[in-house]
Design a protein around this ligand. Structure first.
Ligand SMILES: C[S@@+](CC[C@H](N)C(=O)[O-])C[C@H]1O[C@@H](n2cnc3c(N)ncnc32)[C@H](O)[C@@H]1O
Ligand SMILES: [Zn+2]
Length: 339
């Protein structure tokens, strides 16, 4: 982590500034240490250079949002979780966890467990990428104009926003943000947020190998509370992730908060999500549209682009542009949302 990044970050729980303690700096980068917030209640670790601004116990395993939104810890495909949701009579929305009162230096030791460190080392060494030719990503993101139509349109719209300070939400393996960061010279600082901590070293490795100036930071964080001050970014991006998030109206208001006035959030989503199972590609048809919409509204997860546009407007955005894309029979929508 670049030492300047400490000034940019805020405590996600009490929003105060952070300060370093016990930093080990190598080649100008903070590789390990802790940061503590001004209220002194919350401590977060820096592990192999990545700030992990989360409390121990934040879910990091993949759960279908349909289940997670209802507080069900049942890992299964989107299709299976949709069918389960439609046969249940009672749907309740699980509350987001309230901010922890304290996080101690001892408690964050879980983020430095043996398995975590081994995974970090493996990814940062580049061996993970060479295995099974994961280096494929370099071709994919190097020339977005020759990739998929959805990524191409996403890229075009981000270029149009002329980003200088950019934040990507729920970055996963970083397909979207790397296409942008690698190719748009106007970007001075780039931040990526993801709660699956193994992804953080994947992201950082890609940032470092795809663009020579290391001005990007992968930050461990759940996107329901962003670790940045108000108006910190001119551009936000979110590539194919809203469909996997719960409490999307909360995510949208956080996005709105950290964006500067007239800044834009560029995102790509399926036009209609719930009927498509990401994993086996089978569409779940045995559900009435009306039931689906009612359910999605109730638990605040992504249903289709029209409901999404309603949530976007309620969060305070104006829809600058919406571009439908069809690729191999699948329908996507690219939105430029303006504050
Ligand atoms: C479709 S994948 C991301 C794809 C990625 N944007 C890309 O460009 O390649 C969705 C990601 O959202 C992450 N995610 C789900 N809920 C999240 C949350 N509340 N906060 C942060 N990340 C979350 C998952 O861990 C997963 O990596
Ligand atoms: Zn705090």
């Amino acid at each position: 982590m670049h030492p300047d990044t400490v000034q940019k970050l805020r405590c996600p729980y009490c929003r105060t500034a952070l300060s370093m303690a016990g930093a080990v700096i190598r080649s100008g980068d903070i590789v390990t240490g802790n940061v503590r917030c001004e209220s002194r209640h919350h401590v977060f670790p820096i592990v192999f250079g990545r700030p992990i601004l989360m409390h121990p116990g934040t879910p990091t395993q993949w759960l279908p949002p349909i289940n997670e939104a209802q507080g069900l810890v049942i890992p299964e495909s989107l299709g299976a979780s949709l069918q389960r949701a439609m046969t249940r009579q009672q749907h309740r929305i699980a509350a987001l966890p309230s901010p922890p009162r304290t996080i101690t230096a001892k408690a964050v030791g879980v983020f430095r467990g043996k398995t975590v460190l081994a995974k970090a080392r493996y990814r940062l060494s580049g061996r993970w990428f060479r295995h099974r030719d994961r280096t494929n990503y370099t071709r994919w993101v190097a020339v977005p104009t020759k990739s998929t139509p959805a990524l191409h349109e996403f890229y075009r719209q981000v270029v149009h926003a002329r980003p200088r300070i950019i934040l990507d939400l729920a970055s996963g393996g970083g397909g979207g943000i790397n296409a942008v960061y690698r190719n748009i010279g106007s970007i001075e600082r780039c931040y990526a947020t993801e709660r699956d901590i193994n992804c953080l070293w994947t992201l950082q490795y890609k940032f470092a190998t795809l663009r020579s100036i290391a001005s990007a930071e992968a930050v461990g964080r759940d996107v329901h509370r962003l670790p940045f001050g108000d108006g910190s970014f001119d551009t936000l991006t979110c590539y194919m992730s809203f469909g996997e998030l719960t409490h999307i109206s909360v995510v949208l208001s956080e996005a709105h908060r950290v964006l500067r006035r007239t800044g834009a959030l560029i995102c790509v989503n399926h036009r209609q999500l719930f009927r498509t199972d990401h994993f086996n590609q089978t569409a779940v048809q045995a559900v009435a549209d009306r039931d689906l919409r009612r359910f999605a509204k109730k638990v605040d997860v992504y249903n289709d682009y029209r409901d999404f546009e309603t949530s976007v407007r309620s969060a305070g955005f104006r829809i600058g542009r919406s571009t439908p894309i069809v690729d191999s029979g699948k329908e996507y929508i690219v939105h430029a949302l303006v504050k």
